[in-house]
Design a binder for this molecule. Structure first.
Ligand code: NDP
Length: 473
């Protein structure tokens, strides 16, 4: 019996993807290094569709129609390399290897080049949606050649989440483009979560609302522009009561946020590309600071504001605006970073399609992503999301309330690194003159780093210690 597609790596993600494929009517060959897991999958879910059990990778390869299509869903890093190396020896030119793990895009670029040498197609694919998404429909972000996508794309599109009848899956560009976009997705997710958390903190400590009341606020917000999965689950978490103590669940969780690394990757790559992904960086730093237990304990008695303002309930509307404005800023940073990476790595990523496939299945799925798609459809060369007509109007409307929130947070002593950094980004973008001019002056003073002038072309240096005359550099 021949299978349409193969899956190797049957932990949470791989087994759910294999089931998703089987439920869609594909015959799926399944393999896992530890064979008992393959057996378990078939014992439990074998009746959901047609599976072919493969004991070894050679069996997996032998079970597939040609050109073969194999989804590798193993632990990212060395595990992926081990499996790819073994498969590359077994496959034939024209076959397609798809890595659905959380690979770093630089690894994907390296692997794609190595596989291409052997005549194999390598489709580095970002998959978001966790366990449930893998089974019911994730957001799928493939890279790789368009030739490979012609073969494997229809299968991926059929198992992806759907919004308004459209699959949340599109080829994003060659080699590492898919994994890069998935990385930025995760970076934006970090920023979004941090902004929501700061908003909660202000409602809790500033307005004195209880978690259950704040859950209601988020539920209401989830019916407007902010409608998104993250707002929805925030309300769920805040409304939950700890069954052991009877306290709000959020109060029994240790306030140290962990991270698996994709946010950090985004920030590191932002630094490399010279992209101001400050909202994402603040989110990564906020998690890091939360983990500095010793320093936090030592600093706990440092003074705060003598007379913190009490925030009224009309403040809730201001907060919604501030959250929305800062969220737009974070998305603008993420999309700008994708544009810049496209230039750097020779991708031509369709930003409208990126927003479209994030509307369902993934963690940052949200209603307003439709608007981002529209913005890039109307102008594929849009230099920054915030100058699109619709978003300019939206952020323009939010900014007054956003300023009130940031100033009152500072006065109240509630940290809002995400909300305030987003506002600084917005104000920096729109500033007619930035103090970068002074920075250039300083650089020229101490390091003869030269500067350009506003009134004529060329590079110049002032001889600061020799009469201060200006010379052309
Ligand atoms: P894990 O990341 O926990 O990986 C476990 C799987 O990898 C097992 O099938 C294991 O086989 C296999 N494996 C590990 N090392 C090797 C090796 N050297 N050779 C062969 N097989 C190996 O599984 P998940 O399902 O959580 O994730 C799979 C991939 O998907 C990862 O890259 C992950 O980052 C990514 N991902 C995960 C998401 C999630 O929500 N969990 C969401 C999106 C992507 P064995 O059983 O024999 O140990």
């Amino acid at each position: 019996r021949t299978a349409r597609i193969g899956v190797t790596g049957l932990a949470t993600m791989g087994s759910n993807l294999a089931r998703n494929l089987a439920r869609r009517g594909y015959t799926v060959a399944v393999h896992n290094r530890t064979q008992t897991k393959t057996r378990e999958l078939l014992d439990q879910y074998g009746d959901e569709g047609t599976f072919v059990e493969a004991a070894t990778l050679a069996d997996l390869v032998a079970a597939l129609e040609r050109p073969r299509q194999i989804i590798v869903m193993v632990k990212a890093g060395a595990g992926t390399d081990a499996v790819l190396d073994e498969l590359a020896e077994l496959l034939e030119p024209g076959d397609i290897l798809l890595d659905g793990g959380n690979a770093h895009f630089a690894d994907t670029r390296r692997r794609e080049a190595a596989m291409r040498e052997k005549g194999l197609h390598f489709v580095g694919t970002g998959i978001s949606g966790g366990e449930e998404g893998a089974l019911l429909g994730p957001s799928i972000m493939p890279g790789g050649s368009s030739e490979a996508y012609e073969q494997v794309g229809p299968v991926l599109e059929s198992i992806a989440a759907r919004v308004d009848g459209e699959p949340c899956c599109a080829r994003l560009g060659p080699d590492g483009a898919g994994h890069f976009v998935k990385m930025v997705h995760n970076g934006i997710e970090y920023a979004d979560m941090q902004l929501i958390a700061e908003t909660y903190d202000l409602l809790r400590r500033g307005s004195g609302l209880e978690p259950a009341e704040i859950a209601e606020v988020f539920r209401t917000w989830n019916e407007g522009d902010l409608e998104s999965y993250l707002i929805e689950i925030t309300a769920e978490v805040l409304a939950h009561v700890d069954p052991v103590t009877g306290k709000p669940f959020v109060d029994v969780i240790a306030d140290r946020a962990e991270q698996k690394g994709t946010g950090r990757w985004t920030v590191r790559e932002g630094l490399e590309l010279g992209e101001p992904v400050a909202g994402i960086a603040e989110a990564v730093f906020a998690r890091a600071l939360s983990g500095h237990v010793e320093q936090r304990a030592a600093a706990a008695n440092l003074p705060g504001p003598a007379a913190p303002p009490k925030l009224g309930t009309d403040f809730v509307d201001d907060l919604r605006e501030a959250l929305y404005g800062a969220k737009l800023a974070a998305y603008a940073q993420g999309f700008s970073m994708i544009t810049e990476a496209g230039r750097e790595y020779g991708w031509d990523i369709d930003l409208g399609a990126t927003a479209r496939i994030w509307r369902g299945g993934c963690i940052i799925r949200a209603r307003f992503l439709n608007r981002i798609t529209d913005a890039y459809k109307a102008n594929p060369e849009l230099v920054n999301l915030l100058v699109d007509d619709y978003f300019a109007e939206q952020i323009g409307r939010a900014q007054e309330a956003w300023r009130r929130v940031v100033s009152v947070a500072a006065a109240a002593g509630v940290p809002v690194p995400g909300l305030s950094s987003g506002l600084a980004y917005y104000d920096s973008l729109r500033a007619e003159r930035l103090p970068a001019a002074l920075v250039q002056g300083q650089r020229d003073y101490f390091g003869a780093h030269t500067y350009q002038r506003v009134d004529r072309p060329g590079s110049f240096h002032t001889r600061w210690s020799q009469g201060r005359d200006e010379v052309e550099a």
